[in-house]
Design a protein around this ligand. Structure first.
Ligand SMILES: NC(=O)c1ccc[n+]([C@@H]2O[C@H](COP(=O)([O-])OP(=O)(O)OC[C@H]3O[C@@H](n4cnc5c(N)ncnc54)[C@H](O)[C@@H]3O)[C@@H](O)[C@H]2O)c1
Length: 234
């Protein structure tokens, strides 16, 4: 059984993660940290001894939370978006050098929905062959960051694949939406649209469970994106 703690456990994503972990046959939900539940991450780490912490909190807390877990030797899976990933990578490597042969790992993914991971992969492939592209991302109006982490990563992957500039991103925030993204590629006389729609937060859970199972075995840390675990598993 993998002992799992959840940071941001009272939030929209955190509650869904708690249910998914509690229902997984190979996992035990050992702690739920959230200011709204009167349990801090530090208290959860000390009292509940998780092996893996899953963080779905806020852009302004995710970095400090992740570093706190790594210093405690606890693997961390981050779903929170909109924070400084470069700073995390740098500080995580410094912490790892103090932890001997088996340092704790960190995996962060801007989108755990498997369809969204495939959308990013297909968009990167298409970017090699089409002249121009733009990204439209649409999310619920409670989302704190814009552009979304998924859109930013899609743009980065497309630029890397095509050798060109990252495509422009348009952000829409409206009640009634969960998470949707369209990548529109244009060339002479044709367009190609790759679209992913999330209609419920359960869509992220298979990916989160894959990350919890795989974070301990990562060859490289931090690892960004679910791709490495997803495509090596198939
Ligand atoms: N990677 C993905 O697949 C994915 C999918 C959906 C959302 N997200 C991201 O997940 C994050 C959370 O989204 P949400 O809609 O659940 O937000 P939310 O506001 O509903 O929940 C955030 C929770 O974090 C708690 N919190 C704040 N500071 C904390 C701290 N220091 N320690 C522990 N808990 C703390 C809050 O009290 C709140 O309950 C956002 O950054 C969002 O963009 C990622």
């Amino acid at each position: 059984m993998i002992r799992v703690g959840v940071a941001g456990a009272a939030g929209r994503m955190g509650q869904t993660v708690c249910s998914a972990v509690a229902e997984a046959p190979d996992m035990e939900l050992v702690g739920r940290a959230d200011p709204l539940l009167d349990l801090t991450l530090a208290q959860m780490l000390a009292q509940c001894s998780p092996e893996v912490v899953v963080d779905f909190t806020r852009p302004d807390t995710a970095l400090a939370n992740a570093l706190e877990c790594l210093r405690a030797g606890v693997h961390v899976v981050i779903g929170t978006t909109g924070f400084d990933v470069e700073a995390l990578a740098e500080q995580a490597r410094t912490i790892a050098t103090t932890q001997g042969d088996t340092p704790a790992n960190v995996l962060l993914a801007p989108n755990f929905a498997i369809g969204a991971v495939l959308m990013m992969r297909f968009a990167a492939e298409a970017a090699k062959h089409m002249a121009k592209a733009e990204i439209v991302e649409l999310h619920h109006d409670g989302k704190l960051d814009a552009p979304s982490g998924t859109a930013a990563r899609t743009a980065k992957l497309m630029a890397h694949a095509s050798g060109g500039e990252p495509p422009p991103i348009h952000s829409v925030r409206l009640p009634g939406l969960v998470a949707n993204q369209e990548v529109i590629l244009g060339d002479v006389g044709q367009t190609l649209t790759i679209r992913h729609d999330t209609s419920g937060r359960e869509s992220f859970m298979p990916g989160v469970l894959i990350a919890i199972r795989g974070v301990r075995t990562l060859e490289r840390s931090p690892t960004v994106g679910l791709e490495q675990l997803l495509f090596q598993a198939r």
